[in-house]
Design a protein around this ligand. Structure first.
Ligand code: R5P
Length: 233
């Protein structure tokens, strides 16, 4: 999947604002992607300044970055849930706060961590804002289930494409050892219903529709941050 651009300054503003919302003693879900990375770096600076936090990583990449910037990491096994999760999005519906995630193929672990959060803050740049959702939905599938899942996605009105690796011959393989089908549905008339349908397909590990999870989306701009609040969960 093509990673969307978005200005680095805007992403940094969003990430830094989210990191400011973390309290001393919090367990923090560490999202994946270029915008969440700004939040992890900002958290690292707050840890240097004395903040006591522990992170739960959502991917190999976010764990590596956390270690690099000095944010101690633990696992959901150890803590059960997080106080606040900070994560990016590929597209969000301004009206409802529904998200499409998984541009970095990390959405399975992200969903577990983000859903376990008391507060889930999404960080984004303005290119992610939309009226409704119409981006392709990443669907992580067991390798052995690829063909039947493709058929089921087709039955649901989607057009699945196996995500190819950028610097390896063959497909993207997720941190969980699975494949990703990017499924185009066009404009999503009912994301909630589609989310339920996708979750019910045998062989689907996780899909990138995050409906009713976000408490707020912080959209960085060149000058500051716009905040959208939602009544989540
Ligand atoms: O799998 C990756 C994640 O869902 C990311 O949070 C999402 O793709 C947004 O990434 P970025 O902030 O780099 O646009």
């Amino acid at each position: 999947m093509k990673r969307t651009g978005g200005g680095e300054t805007a992403k940094r503003h969003a990430g830094e604002r989210a990191a400011e919302a973390v309290d001393d003693g919090d367990v923090v879900g560490l999202g994946t992607g270029s915008t969440a990375a700004h939040a992890i770096r900002a958290l690292g600076r707050r840890v240097d300044a004395g903040l006591d936090v522990t992170g739960v990583a959502t991917s190999f990449q976010s764990r590596e970055l956390a270690r690099e910037v000095g944010v101690p990491v633990t696992t959901l096994d150890d803590v059960g849930g997080v106080d606040v999760a900070i994560d990016g999005a590929d597209q969000f519906d301004r009206e409802t706060g529904a998200l499409i995630k998984g541009g970095g193929a990390a959405h399975a672990r992200e969903k577990v961590v983000d859903a376990s959060a008391d507060r889930f803050l999404v960080v984004a740049d303005p290119t992610k804002a939309a009226r409704g959702l119409d981006a392709s939905v990443p669907v992580e599938v067991l390798p052995s289930a690829r063909r039947p899942v493709e058929a089921a996605l087709d039955d649901l009105g989607g057009e699945p494409t196996l995500r190819a690796a950028a610097r390896k011959d063959g497909p993207v393989v997720t941190d969980n050892g699975n494949l990703v089908l990017d499924c185009a549905f066009g404009a999503l008339a009912n994301p909630d219903a589609l989310a339920v349908d996708l979750s019910g397909v045998p062989g689907v590990v996780a899909h990138g529709l995050f409906v009713g999870l976000a408490d707020a989306v912080l959209v960085g701009t060149e000058d500051g941050v716009e905040r959208y609040d939602y009544a989540a969960k």
